[in-house]
Design a protein around this ligand. Sequence first.
Ligand code: ADP
Ligand code: MG
Length: 480
Amino acid sequence: MQTYETVIGLEIHVQLSTASKAFCADDASFGGAPNTHTSAISLAHPGTLPRLNAAAVEGAVRLGLALDCRINRRSCFDRKNYFYADLPKGFQTTQDRAPICLGGRYTTGGASPRTVRIHHIHLEEDAGKSLHDQDAADSLIDLNRAGVPLLEIVTEPDLRSAEEVAAFMSGIRRLVRWLGISDGNMEEGSLRCDVNVSVRKNGETRLGQRCEIKNVNSMRFARRAIEYEVKRQIELLENGGTIVQETRGFDAATGTTYSLREKEEAHDYRYFPEPDLPPVVLSETYIEDLRTAMPILPEALETGFREQYGLPDYDIEMLLQERDTAYYFMEVLEHSGRPEMAKPIANLVIHKLLPWSTQTGTPLSACPVPPGHWIELLEMIDRGTVSATAAFLRLLPAMLEQPDVAPEGLAAGMQLIQSADPDMLGKVVDEIIAQNPDKVAAYRKGKKGLIGFFMGELMKASKGQADPKAAAQLLEQRLK
Ligand code: ADP
Ligand code: MG
């Protein structure tokens, strides 16, 4: 197997989260009672006409800019004809001759980055859903999804393993969410991918014959489908067989791929120009305005997070999962004015604030606590003014409840301020020593592990308000 190289190209469908469909005003949101997001247009009644959704065009251009594509100033629509029950028009409106974005590239993150060239991105519409596995013998059709806008990203065959595919798909998912053009939800089918797989002998420069695995709808399935398909193709070749170019399905139950149909060619679809939609003509100003308004992309932030702040991979991944999280982290960090605060702030955001955000359904950008208060909290922990435990378990929830009160004041009111005051500590230490003569004797005979017991007693006696560092020092001194 080591003598073969795996070659993979992807066709990724991204469902755009526009309010309405690609060519009419129907609700484009996921779900809804079957066949309620429909109209005469999406049902393809005779005489109805499509009208292009500007938000879908904008989504396409923004993704194209993010992927370094050339934006086609003049793209146009075509009809891809085929008959299927969930396609009321009998054709899909898509872009065959002149797609909206051309070329481009995306480099995956992580330890072994891979730059994947994008062939093009085109705008099209989704089909409805056929439900075959109901109790009834009949198939049921739900046309809510018919006409929902899709972007299809077609890559060059630049990927070399299932791991690279997973990294690429995660990157694209993060990017479309970051741009706010799609929820990237694979379970709901907002992100689907057809995987083209071929193998060739190492050192061979020509591409092998490929098979296309349709509609792989989770990262895990993609990995299993590729692994199976590579093995199948190599075995076939090793046994003197040839690969026939075909479209295959993936059976998640058995982890195998199976032949669906022979590869269809463009002419099978009788593509022809869509006469009901004029070409999409974009002005330079339109494109430049969108370019100017682009957010910083996660790939660009990733480098800074690693090199300037020295954050570990896990933190970087967590912070960059959502734009909201990354921006909030940067806002708090900027407020501190100290790059060395990056790690404690990242910890706070990842381990304390993100769970709060998920639990309460509040985006971090709407967190009521001013960034300055978080800095104060972290500094109080650093100085030993509050213990980390008290800070996160008690003070932090109180800060979220009373966002206007500064943490120092809150901590004082809640009696969480630790004391390093030697007089106060001294008194408590003396008491503990007096109350535990046998333990003190044992300690002095060498049972040094008892220090933990004394510290526990001290914390209890001081109601958690003793600064542990100062307390430990004083204890050791007096015990000697
Ligand atoms: P078609 O339009 O017939 O589907 P394309 O040339 O547009 O064919 O390719 C579709 C996808 O297949 C692209 O993602 C491309 O990268 C990929 N692909 C093409 N040839 C190969 C190959 N030999 N091995 C793996 N993937 C391939
Ligand atoms: Mg294709």
